[in-house]
Design a binder for this molecule. Structure first.
Ligand code: TXA
Ligand code: MG
Length: 312
């Protein structure tokens, strides 16, 4: 199907991707149509192994090579200078390209059999919650996708960490499954954090990763009171209850008690948001986790889920 220009949803360790042959501009353009995504938002090219990196990019700094060797296959995406094989449709017109090797046996088997690159954004409609099961993909995209490869639920649950690796000192463009602490330990130097990075990242809109329900963020100790107040005012309130308050009884429409482990929180995050939508909530009350390790990626997604939404 990939060779014939089709769209194939595939499991990765982070979230499900909507895949197309990276070298087929028509198939790549279909991804944008199906997602409703602006054509200037660049895609990630998935490859079967670090040894293929040179086929897709030019000028790989030693630091980028080190990160690829250490973290691939895994939830790390490297932005490097675009190689000739990558059509501009895949990069949104940029002269850089994002590349990663996913750590999922089904994705790796597909990439190995296909023997090429697969561009794959998260398999959701533009701006909404990323899918972490094959059922999420079917519910979200239905017949718009030619085939859904079911590889079970995603282990990591939030997207890959995107690193600008074009320069001497890499910087994080989007926090994700590989933590800043892990990257810095391997590089032996501090990285720029997303908020201080000056590189423009297309596709990082204030509202992203958003469920249908409006999301409000409050301090952890205020979650219960805020939820009960909004419920009293007539909202159907969904609560992401911090583990520290698991014993509280909350008078709200639906309550998800969050796991104590950030790995389990990240794995469950998008499923929890989908569940609260499904249970008919119009407002979700949540708080940010401590922003270290995977907590940085979770907080990034929650802030965007709570971000101002465009009315167009
Ligand atoms: O874990 C993941 O990264 C998942 C799985 C399927 O691999 N993919 C994913 O793709 O999250 P997507 O399209 O939802 O997000 C990719 C983001 C874009 O929004 C954009 O911000 C960034 O990657 N990106 C891609 N190419 C870039 C480039 N050349 N320069 C800067 N940012 C880039
Ligand atoms: Mg996405």
């Amino acid at each position: 199907m990939l060779r014939a220009g089709g769209l194939v949803a595939l499991p990765t360790e982070t979230v499900y991707g909507l895949g197309a042959n990276a070298e087929d501009p028509t198939a790549v353009s279909r991804i944008f149509q199906v997602k409703g995504r602006p054509p200037t938002h660049p895609l990630i090219v998935h490859i079967g192994g670090a040894e293929h990196l040179g086929d897709w990019v030019q000028d790989v700094p030693a630091t980028a090579r080190l990160l690829a060797e250490r973290f691939w296959p895994g939830p790390l995406t490297l932005v490097l200078r675009r190689g000739q094989r990558v059509p501009l449709e895949a990069t949104g017109g940029l002269e850089t390209v994002a590349v990663r090797v996913p750590d999922h046996p089904v994705a790796l088997a597909l990439l190995s059999a296909f023997d090429g690159g697969v561009t794959a954004p998260s398999a959701n409609r533009f701006g909404s919650v990323s899918p972490t099961t094959a059922d999420h993909v079917r519910a979200e995209l239905g017949d718009a996708v030619d085939f859904v490869l079911d590889g079970g639920p995603c282990e990591v649950g939030v997207e890959s960490t995107i690193v600008d690796a074009t320069g001497e000192i890499p910087s994080i463009l989007r926090p994700g499954g590989v933590t800043r602490e892990d990257l810095e330990a391997v590089l032996g130097c501090p990285l720029a954090v997303p908020s201080t990075s000056r590189v423009r990242v297309p596709g990082q809109h204030p509202s992203h990763y958003a469920p249908r329900a409006r999301v409000v963020l409050v301090e952890p100790e205020k979650v219960v009171a805020e939820a009960e107040l909004a419920q009293k005012l007539g909202h159907q309130v969904g609560v992401l209850l911090p583990a520290a308050f698991a014993d509280a009884t909350v008078k709200a429409h639906a309550v998800v008690t969050l796991p104590r482990s950030t790995a389990l929180y990240a794995r469950g995050l998008y499923g929890f948001l989908r569940e609260l939508d499904q249970r008919g909530c119009d407002l979700i009350v949540a708080s940010l986790p401590v922003e270290e390790g995977l907590g940085l990626a979770i907080a990034n997604r929650l802030r965007r889920a709570a971000g101002p939404r465009s009315t167009v």
